[in-house]
Every structure is written in structure tokens, then in C-alpha cells.
Ligand binder design. Sequence first.
Ligand code: GLU
Length: 495
Amino acid sequence: MANDQSVRVRFAPSPTGKLHVGGARTAIYNWAFARANGGTFILRIDDTDPTRSTEENTQIILRAMRWLGLDWDEGPDVGGPYGPYKQTDRMDLYREAAERLVAEGKAYYCFCSPEKLAADKAAAEARHDPFQGYQRTCRNIDPAEAQARVDAGESHTIRIKVPLDRGDVVIHDAVHGEVTFNAKELDDFIIFRSDGTPTYNFATVVDDAMMGITHVIRGDDHLSNTPRQVMVYEALGAPVPTFAHISMILGADGKKLSKRHGATSVEEYRDAGFLSDAFVNYLALLGWAPDGETTIVPRDVLARTFSLEHVSKNPSTFDPKKLDWVQQQYVMTMSDADFAQTILVPELRKAGLEGEALSHEAHWYEVLASVLKPRTTMPADVVEKSRFLYAGDALEYDEKSVDKNLRKDYAPAALDAAREALAAVEPWEASAIDGALEPLPEATGINKRKFYGAVRVAECGNQVSPPMGESLELLGRDQVLARIDAAKALCGTAE
Ligand code: GLU
């Protein structure tokens, strides 16, 4: 058993599905709490439910954890001094612990059949017995007799022997404060099933005790399990950790976040193109508010400042718009080179715009990055906004934009003036290009908005495109002049 006083926390997902947004937030809080306290973060796979746990899900969860950047100090793949870190590999430990409790008189074998249990329950209900739990039928069987029946192969479970004078169970939850559970709700519950498998409440506590877990941070759907777990700690003679039960995450309609609200697994957010840092930031602040105002908490700050005191006990609402906003903030802080390399090039390739051999120099992507960054939430957003750059002579024109900006009597003059200036401008860079165009509206007597509208539609095919200087720089002079010539032919079609 770990006996130092340092913080040890664990995230213990059941691999019955992918890593859910709620689970991810629980993992983040455990990780951040360990880091903020110089403690140890443990990943444990709770796979004791053999019908629903799969190795595939375990791998998906590990991948999601890595993508989230939540590095663990001990776990199934990295090992550690208190392993193994997968419950199915710890079955002997649970059995030994249960048998020790039986030997010490803190647990006992129960031979009641399901029919007997059902009949006892019905009878307790019928007489309005305030105690509706297991009627303790096998509690006082002589231990030697019980052992003989077990040895003879009689079907049995193992139940914990809750002291009759135990009284109410009070926990001091770091999020919910003092929570009292009425002693009447505690019965001698099963710690080992008749099929020889431990129950969740038992296996979890054996693990948490053996692994020296100091703080159990988990979803508040487990709050109701806590009094039973406290009974197991007490039977084992192990210190009870501090509990911190985190509230649910709800959808906009106030119901528990589920598929109906959209993506719920970490994988889906990763695949949609969210940045890990942004996603972790958003989830961390969903229920934890350092000061009620801060919206951006970079990972290193989170790892330094996270504390359970500022975790809300009220449910939080998942707001995809806020997540988008946080993502934009993170996109904006990327360097142009980083944005180009991690977002732009892969997305353009995916869309088939870029070939295997890159056709542009690094600088070209950085210029594009500088104009697209403020206009990007999701990586795929860059594709539509870049398409005009790749269209060559096959630029598609938006008919409405052409009507409004090119099929006008002033348009040929605007294009002629722009062509002359652009043919001569040196160097071919955004600022020089902007500088060359700037005096032209006045010089030609064409309203500025109309002048730029004509040039923009000539070059980009529509009225919405990144800033002019950069757009033209990226197109290159030859293409820019060729598009002006093509657009002049369109002007001629004015009715
Ligand atoms: N395996 C449990 C779950 O996925 C976690 C139990 C716990 O944290 O105690 O809900």
C-alpha cells in the first residue's frame, strides 16, 4: 500500500464504449489535480463487466487519452509499482481480499437463492419494514459450517458484514460538502457474485486502497455508491480517501448529454478537427471556474492552478458555440508556420487541392495562413476559402457577384487601371500590391467599394474572399493578369 502522503488519483474508465465527453472531463480533473499537487495520476481500466468490456474500447480510450494529452504516471501500458492496472488482471487480489474479510468475520458466505431473496424482499415490503435490504439470513451461520458448504460446492455469494451499530455514513465530499447516508439504506451487500466475480463496489475499493488513492474524483452518478464503498474501506481497515463527485454535463435542453445532442465521444471531436488544447480547455471550464471570468486556461496553467474548491456542484451545460469560440482562440494563437503545417497543408491535400509534391514554397502557405487564421474555426474551413487560389483558368464565378460587380459600365475601366498597376508593381507582395491599388479609385473616379468589388470578383469569382493584397500575392502576377483579361470578357456580356 502506498504510504506517503502525496496525492494519488486515478481515472478508472470502464471500456464498455468510447471515451465520452463527461469521462474526458473527469480524466482532465484527475490529471490536473495530480499535476497541481505534484501527485501521481493513474489510469486504471475497470473491465470487470465482461459482457460489455472490450479490448478494442480499451485501445480507443487509451488513444483518446493520449490525444487529450493527459499523460499518466501509472497505467496498463506504462506499468507502475501497484499494478496490474486492469481489473481483469487483478481477480486473484479481489478473491484474496474477500477471503481475508471472511476469515476476519467482516464478510460472510451467503447461500440464499434468488427466489428466497425475492420472497424476503416482498415480505419486507408487505409489512412496511423500514429496512428493505438483505435480511441478513446467512449472517449468523457458523463459519465452519459455511466453509463446509462452500467446499461442498454449494452456490454462494460473499456479503460484507455491515456492523449493526454503524449508524449513518457521513462523507465530506470536496464538491458537495457533507453528505449523509441513512444507516437504514445500508445492508449486507454482495461483494462477490455466485459466478466468482467481484462487484464494482468491492473491486474498486480494493484497488483504490491497494493503490493508495488519496482522492476519488469521479462523476456524481457514483455518489450513491459511496456509502457502500466506505463500508468496504472500513472492513479492509484502509483509510477512506477524499471524495469529489463532479456534476453531470447536460445538453442545451437540460437533459443528460447524449447522442441526441450531437457528438459525445472524444474521438468525434478529434476527427472533426478540434485542437486538443482547445478541447481540454473547454471541458476543464465546464464545471470548474477559477474566478468566474476566465475563459482561456492553457494546459500548463490548468496543471498549475486546478483545485477542487472551484468545481461547481451544479450541472453544466455543454455549449458547442462556446467550444467553437475557444477553438478559434487557440487557432489564433498558432504561429503561421504551425497553422500552415498542421492545418492548411493536410486539409488542402485531403480536399485534393494539393498534390503529393507541394507546389508552393513555405512562405506561400504562411501568407495564406495569416489571412485564413482569423477566419478559421475548424480545419476544414480553409478549403472553401482557398479554392479560388487553385482554380487556375477554370475559376468559377458566382453569377450574382458577376452581375453586381462586373456587368457594370464602370467595370472595364476599373479592371484596366488595376491591370496596368499590377503589371508594374514591385515587389510582388501584399503590401506593395495594396499600395499600388490604393490611389486607383480616386484616379479613375470610381467609388472605392465598386472598384474593389470589380477586382475582387475578377480575381476570386465572388465578393467574399481573404484580404486583397494577400489574395493577389498568393495567386501570382501571371494568374492575376490572366484573370483580369478573362473578367473583361465577362464585362462585355453586360445587358
Ligand atoms: N469504472 C467506473 C465508471 O466508468 C468508474 C468508477 C469510479 O471512478 O469509481 O463509471
